[in-house]
Write a new protein. Structure first.
Ligand SMILES: [Zn+2]
Ligand SMILES: [Zn+2]
Length: 364
């Protein structure tokens, strides 16, 4: 094992104990076993899913018949960290291509490497579904240090990347994957519904495909302003105008070619089905609080739509690292707040309210 300096024995960490029960605690600093990497966490984003788990969403706390509840407390929260390598277990340097002092990020899911999906390279749908920060067996990055296990998919990050930008790599991978799913063609009218951190990353990624029109929707004008900075040509606020009518008017009554749903609002699904043209492509990204009811006849008989799901950011880490590093996608306007780890509760409340903040990061 190689190690930079002697690590402290304990560290501050945000530990999930249950809905609305997250505590700043002193916990042991992880040690690196064979193939494992320990990093000092420089920054970690608060994800909408962290806040949904904190808020008690069924997705995390209710057993669904196939399995028990997803959340298995006590768990150190956080899956959007960037870290600096401080310890490498036996063989980890070669395995992950890392040295002490490197910036390094682990993909948010740690695959089992054995299930049907992992064996076929579809690791982001791994049957074990182990994402950092929700289970006691896989502590996350809302802590001074964290461990990337031997099975983690770890990527080296350029040494000169600002940690605030580097902590945007994980969300940007999810944005890039959603845009890849949309299979945007030259000339397409693309609508991205929802300008949270993920939707804004999708705007940045969709712009690279050079669509005919890039339209974004959000209920908050401050977010629409950031969307324009990220490359949206037209922005609309559904609270202030009939967005379906306007998209139809812009497209000679046909509707948009692509609709990507990233709002988290149930109403955005039927809205999309109304504004999308026949044979259009609909990408569903949001995690909804409750089941969404829509007229499925629209999907088949009326429009023959292609409906795509999108989950995580498989094979997108090298792209996200490169786009951020070269400034091809500027994530700076997305990060509105950085808080010390001890103020995590304020950060969670800010993300929950979603009024003034877009991406909130914690700095351990
Ligand atoms: Zn996330
Ligand atoms: Zn697996």
């Amino acid at each position: 094992m190689t190690q930079s300096t002697a690590l402290p024995r304990t560290m501050a960490a945000v530990v999930c104990h249950g809905p609305r029960d997250y505590r700043l605690e002193e916990v042991p600093v992880p040690r690196s076993g064979p193939g494992e990497v320990v990093v000092e966490v420089l920054a970690v984003g608060i994800c909408a899913s962290d806040v949904k788990c904190w808020d008690g969403a069924d997705l995390f706390w209710k057993a669904d018949g196939r399995r028990g509840a997803y959340a298995e407390p006590p768990a150190v929260a956080g899956h959007e960290p960037i870290g600096r390598v401080v310890a490498l277990g036996e063989g980890a340097a070669d395995k992950h291509g890392l040295q002490i002092g490197d910036l390094a990020i682990s993909e948010q899911i740690v695959p089992c490497h054995q299930c049907r999906y992992c064996r076929r390279g579809q690791y982001w749908m791994c049957a074990m579904d182990h994402v950092y920060g929700f289970k006691s067996c896989l502590p996350g990055g809302m802590a001074a240090y964290m461990k990337y296990p031997a099975g983690a998919l770890v990527h080296k990050v350029p040494a000169d990347m600002d940690p605030v930008y580097a902590a945007m790599i994980e969300p940007l991978t999810c944005s890039i994957h959603a845009v890849q799913r949309a299979k945007i063609q030259f000339g397409d009218t693309v609508v991205i519904a929802g300008c949270g951190p993920l939707g804004l990353g999708m705007v940045g990624a969709a712009r690279l495909t050079n669509p005919g029109r890039l339209i974004t929707l959000d209920l908050r004008d401050n977010r629409l302003a950031v969307a324009r900075r990220m490359g949206a040509q037209i922005t609309m606020n559904p609270d202030k105008e009939d967005v379906v009518a306007r998209v139809l008017a812009l497209t000679d009554g046909y509707g948009c070619d692509v609709y990507i749903e990233a709002t988290g609002y149930v109403e955005a699904v039927p809205q999309g089905l109304r504004m999308i043209r026949k044979l259009g492509r609909f990408v569903e990204f949001s995690v909804h609080r409750e089941p969404v009811m829509v007229d499925w006849t629209l999907i088949g008989d009326v429009k023959e739509l292609d409906i795509y799901g999108s989950h995580l950011g498989p094979y997108c880490y090298p792209l996200a690292i490169d786009y951020i590093h070269r400034g091809v996608i500027d994530v700076a306007p997305i990060v509105t707040h950085t808080l010390p780890l001890a103020e995590f509760a304020r950060g969670f409340e800010m993300v929950h309210a979603g009024t003034e903040s877009i991406k909130v990061q914690l700095q351990p």
